[in-house]
Design a binder for this molecule. Structure first.
Ligand code: ADP
Length: 426
């Protein structure tokens, strides 16, 4: 039997967020990185597969091509419904990808109607009368207004999406959603009859998403942030269960690699250091000067790994990072650190680390690539949006890994994550 739900996500951490929601709603989920040549074996007993693309800010034609490749793979695995996942702040430009990818998927799937809602009330993203709110403010009044790559100045998703697609975009508003799945379906039928191809759907609560989830049962395509994932698994009879999040048993050395410079990660590093855990600080200026910092970090780790988790980090305050960037250039410093930490992670795994915490979105991408990881089985949630995962290593072993983007996780994340694994094993 094939998979039920096939998902295409436009970035890596968003894909994990979606996968995490599906697992919590009772599905067994595998996340693939891009569309690898052959991963049917790893996905053999999965209920849903999420393919993580890196397409949010690439030209529309490239995003369409990547999405269609992913679609072909998901269909070959038997996917009965396709979920196109974008950011909960609808990150895109008028020349952006969400509309073109949606249309291309509709054409390929032969469907004339789909829904769109980035709402995720648990994360403060709600849609009301087609307008997207971030916390208490409209999207266009939020920090997203000044985003360097995808500035969002219009909060009205009907017009934002309308500018990106040739299909007529309508609205299913909250009064209809409140009346339940049957009311949503009849509104959809009416929009369809009037020539609309896409409906933005209001959702201000999880209940709204659950009602929408039931209403879109049998739709070939849905498009949403990660929130709608809470409302879909029950369409196939899935119920929340611990079994859905079960990973193979974990063993082996433990380590943390942190290249995130966010405020949250700074706090997590500080808390870990205060607890007296062994830690090695990577100084980008010493790397740039040609010192063998990777070798030093690994020698340090080797002498401490028997006793518990070891932290290797480049995490510094914003001031220190600015100084480094001033000396090396921001992009150059970023790449240098990512490359260094990726090599450290590789060396740690060669030295028997099988439980690895990685902090930083870009850092995670670099580490996953250097370890040759192409697929992750999604396990139990450590903190909102951050699950443990299990990944087959090229040599045949299993690596337990969690990939935490900057602002996620509680202050004790570097210890609570390992405690959760121990608890699962007990
Ligand atoms: P986050 O998820 O917090 O944004 P990322 O890993 O995505 O974390 O991004 C952090 C960026 O900062 C990476 O490119 C990383 O290489 C870079 N970086 C990390 N530490 C330093 C440092 N000490 N000085 C300069 N740049 C750094």
């Amino acid at each position: 039997m094939g998979i039920r739900l096939g998902c295409i996500a436009d970035d890596f951490t968003g894909a994990t967020d979606l996968a995490n929601n599906l697992v919590r709603a009772g599905m067994r989920v595998v996340q693939l990185i891009d569309t690898p040549p052959d991963h049917d074996a790893q996905a053999a007993d999965a209920d849903a597969v999420v393919i993580a693309l890196k397409s949010r800010t690439v030209p529309a034609a490239d995003a369409v091509a990547a999405a269609l490749r992913a679609l072909a793979r998901l269909r070959s695995m038997g996917a009965e419904q396709i979920y196109f996942k974008y950011c909960s702040t609808f990150d895109s430009t008028p020349a952006g990808n969400i509309g073109p990818v949606t249309e291309a998927l509709m054409d390929a799937l032969g469907t004339d109607f789909t829904v769109a809602t980035p709402a995720f009330p648990d994360n403060g993203r709600t849609v009301f009368k087609g307008h997207l709110f971030v916390g208490d403010v409209l999207l266009g009044d939020s920090g997203m207004r000044h985003h360097p790559l995808t500035p969002m100045t219009d909060s009205n998703l009907v017009s934002v999406l309308g500018a990106q697609t040739t299909r007529a975009v309508g609205l299913v508003d909250h009064t209809v959603v409140a009346d339940g799945p049957a009311a949503i379906r009849s509104r959809v039928d009416a929009l369809r009859a009037d020539g609309f191809g896409i409906a933005v759907v209001d959702a201000v609560s999880n209940d709204d998403l659950v009602r929408l989830g039931a209403a879109v049962q049998g739709f070939p395509l849905v498009t949403a942030g990660s929130g709608l994932a809470i409302g879909l698994p029950s369409n196939w009879g899935f119920r929340p269960s611990r079994a859905a999040a079960q990973l193979p048993p974990s063993a082996g050395h433990r380590a943390i690699v942190s290249g995130s410079v966010s405020v949250t990660t700074n706090r997590q590093v500080l808390q870990y250091l205060r607890g007296g855990g062994p830690a090695f600080s990577v100084d980008p200026l010493r790397v740039a000067a040609g010192e063998d910092v990777v070798g030093q970090a690994l020698a340090f780790a080797e002498s401490h790994l028997d006793d518990g988790p070891v932290l290797v980090y480049s995490t510094e305050s914003a001031d220190t990072v600015r100084t480094v960037q001033g000396r090396l250039g921001a992009a150059e410093a970023g790449e240098l650190v990512e490359r260094t930490l990726a090599r450290v992670a590789q060396g740690l795994v060669e030295r028997g680390v099988r439980r690895l915490v990685v902090a930083g979105g870009e850092t995670s991408g670099a580490v996953v690539q250097s370890l040759g990881i192409t697929g992750l089985r999604i396990g139990p949630q450590i903190d909102p949006g951050v699950p443990w995962c299990a990944a087959p290593l090229p040599g045949g072993d299993t690596l337990h890994i969690t990939l935490k983007s900057g602002n996620f996780g509680g202050p004790d994340f570097f210890t609570s994550s390992f405690a959760l694994l121990d608890q699962e094993a007990a």
